[in-house]
Design a protein around this ligand. Structure first.
Ligand SMILES: Nc1ncnc2c1ncn2[C@@H]1O[C@H](COP(=O)(O)OP(=O)(O)OP(=O)(O)O)[C@@H](O)[C@H]1O
Ligand SMILES: [Mg+2]
Length: 294
């Protein structure tokens, strides 16, 4: 059933692309994921998106796991409708978009399985047209939710960068490793962020431990890269309790300097001034990739 729908959508995407001549920015899709839940994905996604937007980049942040309290809480906004409502024809893309700052937009998502189930050809066509309002995005951060379900794999496949977040406790490390092992069957590059560490030294030590096990047991040329770390910092939980972003409220805190370093690394991978057709950028680009068009 889902396979059949996906194929129809692929055909549709292919046909809408061929008519498209308008040029848009090339969006870089960065998926933030984890093995264990509660390790800081939404905290990192929201603060990273904010920090990137403060650098003048146009940033979208896609909540792929909206059922649970996540990015809406981080940004202190109320979400009434999401991508699924658009696909069902109950809302337009611009109805669901939530502007956070001048160049940061929250896109309330849904799990991929649901998206495929409800996607109807005619609605999807309209959706692809409407989604072009987001074709100026330089980067889209995707908060995937924990675990490695089928729909999360779709996002991990579609992204340019996949970043696995973990904290340094043994259970989280084990789950992060299992996630990396699964991702290695989909792609050969995985980034990691060590969250809630005491120091750079601890972050590197935990990363090296995971890398050693991965090198010995994962049968591929896996390129595992430490993107950065974020210290355990009471300012982070204080900000969350206030439904605020630590990067905004406490810009000189260690955690904010840490996210700044991560943002610089992510930004260094962006290909500036590259133009593509609008169906390859923003939300349309993400959906096109989710349907298997690269
Ligand atoms: N660097 C940090 N320092 C202190 N506390 C932190 C830090 N990062 C995260 N936390 C705490 O961890 C909690 C969980 O973070 P968050 O909600 O971002 O995790 P998540 O991975 O998105 O969870 P879920 O899997 O449920 O979506 C936060 O409420 C916050 O209190
Ligand atoms: Mg979350």
């Amino acid at each position: 059933m889902i396979g059949n729908q996906a194929q129809k959508l692929e055909e549709l995407v292919a046909s809408s692309t061929s008519n498209e001549v308008k040029k848009s920015k090339k969006t870089r899709f960065v998926a933030i994921t984890s093995g264990k839940g509660g390790v800081g994905k939404s905290t990192i996604s929201s603060n990273l998106a904010y920090t990137l937007s403060q650098k003048g980049l146009n940033v979208g942040i896609f909540d792929a796991d909206i059922g649970l309290a996540n990015l809406d809480v981080m940004f202190n906004v109320k979400i009434k409708k999401n991508i699924l409502h658009v696909l069902k024809g109950e809302a337009s893309v611009s109805d669901i978009l939530i502007p956070i700052t001048r160049n940061l937009i929250l896109i309330p998502g849904e799990s991929g399985d649901e998206i495929l189930k409800y996607a109807d050809m005619a609605l999807f066509e309209r959706f692809m047209q409407e989604a072009q309002v987001l074709d100026k995005l330089d980067v889209m951060i995707i908060d995937t939710g924990a675990g490695i379900g089928e729909h999360i794999q779709m996002f991990l496949n579609a992204a340019d960068d996949v970043i696995v977040v973990t904290v340094p406790d043994p259970a989280a490390i084990t789950d992060a490793y299992a996630t990396i092992k699964t991702i290695a069957t989909l792609r050969d590059d995985v980034g990691m962020i060590m969250n809630q560490v005491k120091s750079e030294k601890e972050a590197v030590a935990v990363f090296e431990k995971i890398k050693k096990v991965a090198d010995a047991n994962i049968n591929s040329n896996l390129d595992l890269e430490l993107i950065g770390k974020i210290n355990e910092d009471s300012k982070v939980s204080t900000a969350i309790k206030q439904r605020a972003l630590f990067a905004k409220e406490f810009p000189s805190a260690q955690s904010s300097r840490d996210i700044e370093a991560i943002a610089l690394k992510v930004a260094s991978k962006l290909e500036r001034n590259v133009l593509v057709t609008s169906n390859d950028s923003g939300l349309s680009g993400l959906f096109k990739r989710l349907m298997g068009h690269f």
